[in-house]
Each structure stands twice: as C-alpha cells, then as structure tokens.
Write a protein that binds this ligand. Sequence first.
Ligand SMILES: NC(=O)c1ccc[n+]([C@@H]2O[C@H](COP(=O)([O-])OP(=O)(O)OC[C@H]3O[C@@H](n4cnc5c(N)ncnc54)[C@H](OP(=O)(O)O)[C@@H]3O)[C@@H](O)[C@H]2O)c1
Length: 340
Amino acid sequence: MIEPIYAASESRYDTMEYRRAGKSGIKLPILALGLWNNFGSYKPMQDIKAMAQLAFDKGVCHFDLANNYGPEPGTAEENFGRLMEGSFKPFRDELLISTKAGWDMWPGPYGNWGSRKYLMASLDQSLRRMKLDYVDIFYSHRYDPETPLEETMQALVDIVRQGKALYVGLSRYPLEKAREAYKYLSEHDVPCLLYQDRFNIIDRTPQNAGLLDLCQETGTGFISFSPLQQGLLTNRYLNGIPEDSRMATGRTSLKKELLTPAMLKALTSLNELAAQRGQSLAQMALAWLFNDSRVSSVIIGASSVKQIEDNLKAIENYSFTADELSLIEKLSEPVQLKSK
Ligand SMILES: NC(=O)c1ccc[n+]([C@@H]2O[C@H](COP(=O)([O-])OP(=O)(O)OC[C@H]3O[C@@H](n4cnc5c(N)ncnc54)[C@H](OP(=O)(O)O)[C@@H]3O)[C@@H](O)[C@H]2O)c1
C-alpha cells in the first residue's frame, strides 16, 4: 500500500505558545515531545507516526531524543529517522531536534560518560540513525566525575564548530559543575542554550539545588523533563496500576513501591483540585510549570495520541490564584522530592 503524503496542518502555529530559551535567539514551544520510552522497537511505527504528526500539527516543533532512547537503545532515533524520511523532511527548518550522549550506549570504555571520544562518535551514530545532517541541540546527558570538565565542554564546542549541532545543552549537572561548564562554554563562544532536569509538582530538586537560579543568572534556558513525574501526576494510578502503564512494565525508575498511601492521598487530592479548575491532573501539573516564568519549556512523554491531546489543553489555562498555588504546596509537601 502506498502511504499518503503527510500534509502538516495549516493551523499548526495558531494555538501553541513559544517562550525564549534563556537569553538566546531560540523560542521553544512551551510543550515539547520526548521520545524516551514509547518510540522504540516495542511500539508500532503507525502509533509513533500518529503521535509525532499530531504533535507537530499542534505546534510542537521540538522533539527531544538521546542516543539510548528506545527501548532498545538507539531505536527511538532509528524510528525518528523513519519519521524524517516519511513525514518531516520538508519541515526540517521548522523543527528543533535534540539528542544527547552520556549514559551507557555500547560496550567498552568509549561508550559511556563524557569523554571526547564517546561524545563525538555517539553524535555521528545519532545523525546516521536519525537521517540528519545536524541536530539543533546536542546535550552532555550527565556530568562525568572522572573526565576533566574541560574535555567534555571542548568536545561540545568542537561539535558546534564542525556544524554537527547548532547549540549545546547540559542535563543533570551538579550546581557548581554547571556553573563551571557555562563559564567554559561562553568563553568559547558557544553559550549553553538549555539546562535539562526533572522538575514538577513532586520533584523540586533542581529548584532546591539552585539550578533554576543559576539558569536565570547565566541566561541559560531551563527545560523540565518528566513534568508528570513519569505518569504519577495524571489519573493513571488513582485506581490501581493499569497493565499497559509504565509502572507495570518496570522498565524505568517508576517502580510500584512509589505508589505509597501518602502518594495516593496526595495525588487524589491534587486530582480533586484539578477537577475544580476544570482540568485533568495532567493538565494542572503542566499548567503549574507553564505558570513558572523560569521554565522555558517542558518535555512530555506519551504512549498515545489521546494523552498528547489531553496535555495540549493545559496551555488553555495556566494561571493560578495564590490560594490554589498554596494548596498545591500543602497537598504535595508530604511526597515532594527535595534533593537527590
Ligand atoms: N535528560 C534526562 O536525563 C531525561 C530523563 C528522563 C526523560 N527525559 C526527557 O523527558 C521526556 C519526558 O519524560 P517522561 O516520559 O518521563 O515524561 P512524563 O510526561 O512525566 O511522563 C510520560 C508518561 O505519563 C503518562 N501520561 C502522559 N500524559 C498522560 C495523560 N494525559 N493522562 C494519563 N497519563 C499520561 C504516560 O504513561 P504510560 O506510558 O504509562 O501511558 C507517559 O508515558 C523523555 O521522553 C525525554 O525526552 C530526559
């Protein structure tokens, strides 16, 4: 069967909001789509295509990947390459595509962490898998305590000089290392575009560690991943653990033990507050982040088109009264993650 040619929606930029990444020239859709878990070899290509096309049709022009996304590692990038060939090639200049290296990718001493050798080889592999000449953003996916920071940062600088990435980013660096890294990068005329960390109603770690303040101070954009705390901040687990859920598969850090009575109580009451606001819990959790002007964008994951549609509606109402914000603090306080 010949596949129909993808015609992107004419109204794709009508409802999305775009927010500047730090002090850069880049504006990000406040909601981006991440391909960590549901875009690899286990997911039918037609489902992947439906989710990615729906997102792009609604103005989600930022797709976030990493070398190891799948599962299996590498397969999310391979499937993204299929999307590029089958749907998105005519829209390359409308897309902001990121990838990363830093976690275990191939055997031996050169397939992990932050050496120049690993980062350079990994990006070449990512470009081949994604059928791209360059990525828009290349991240160091985590801080490597054994590699000199200058080596990792110089590799990022050189990657930009080679034209293989337009911008660079960091993910999950300790505060002082992030500060040193930003300094190195800006002194080499490749300022850090984005810092990526998990920040949401439950996980307050980057805020408490001073990373949001550091981003403000240095003009680096802050982009939050796992804004729904991998699905906890949705209606998914309010009445048990659905068989097709991330928690049931046990593939990530979202383990069943996290669903304690205290967590369930907090989620249930947050869900009631969301309902009073006329939102789903997922929408309120995203709106809470949109309401924070320090956050440039949030990267959601999704396992269905319906979830993306639900989440996009969060943009319609992200203002909160002071009472609502303090109630969110009170309800989430017992289950908040405050530091690593
Ligand atoms: N830099 C890093 O180290 C790092 C780490 C993690 C993630 N990330 C990035 O952040 C992205 C998002 O992470 P994440 O997938 O953990 O984000 P998330 O948005 O917190 O969680 C996504 C999951 O929540 C559930 N969900 C989403 N919308 C829903 C809705 N409306 N109703 C009910 N359930 C809903 C789905 O779970 P089910 O699958 O169970 O349906 C979905 O897979 C990743 O793809 C990746 O790009 C980066």
